[in-house]
Design a binder for this molecule. Structure first.
Ligand code: GRF
Length: 204
């Protein structure tokens, strides 16, 4: 029986990256399992994706909390209800404070739809990223999976995959090309981390 790394996946929207992780976890030899899905938006379709698979899924609406610290306390409390070795941000649109990140050292990863360190940082999310890439006349873009540190999108890179930017690309065509690669490298990155962390746990 393959030992499994325990995942929490945090989302805010469609959850197509969550779906890629759900699909990867279906392989018996995949070294990870999703124990909890949390969305800061109650209407996130990703919650439906989790529920369809029988994965515990909850919404912690950031608008219900008067401060970022109070929201993160609720998030932390929910995470502590399950075994969690690695938190996977998958289209999660909230900035996490240094205090929260410090509770999960080297245990939070994120996907970003550009070739970091370019086109990352505050304000660089979703369509804004692809618009900036097109405006800059880049000939390539891509997807990045990285560890989360307090400085937004500046954590150590785990995996990247480039894609061409074509002359007649729009935000829609470019984002579709990029997210296809996210769906491939996110599960691959989790597998790499899981194998490493499970080996460390064995040696501990
Ligand atoms: C992804 O492109 C991710 O990089 C960005 O938002 C998108 C999330 O998509 N942060 P989904 O919710 O995983 O479908």
């Amino acid at each position: 029986m393959t030992q499994k790394l325990n995942l929490a996946v945090l989302i805010s929207g469609s959850g197509s990256n969550l779906q890629a992780l759900i699909d990867a976890c279906k392989a018996p030899d995949y070294p990870a399992q999703i124990n909890i899905v949390i969305s800061n938006r109650p209407d996130a379709y990703g919650l439906e994706r989790a529920k369809k698979e029988g994965i515990p899924a909850i919404a912690i609406d950031h608008k219900d909390y008067t401060s970022r610290a109070a929201f993160e306390a609720a998030l932390q409390n929910a995470l502590e209800q399950h075994p969690v070795d690695l938190i996977c941000l998958a289209g999660f649109m909230r900035i996490l404070t240094a205090e929260f990140i410090e509770k999960w050292p080297h245990k939070i990863i994120n996907t970003h739809p550009a070739l970091l360190p370019k086109f990352g940082g505050k304000g660089m999310y979703g369509e804004h990223v692809h618009q900036a890439v097109l405006n800059a006349g880049e000939t390539e873009s891509g997807a990045s999976i990285h560890y989360v540190i307090p400085e937004v999108d500046q954590g150590p890179l785990i995996l990247q995959q480039s894609v061409p930017v074509r002359p007649n690309d729009t935000i829609e065509t470019l984002s579709a090309r990029v997210i296809d690669q996210e769906h491939i490298i996110y599960p691959r990155a989790v597998r790499l981390i899981a194998k490493e962390k499970l080996k460390q746990q064995k040696q501990a």
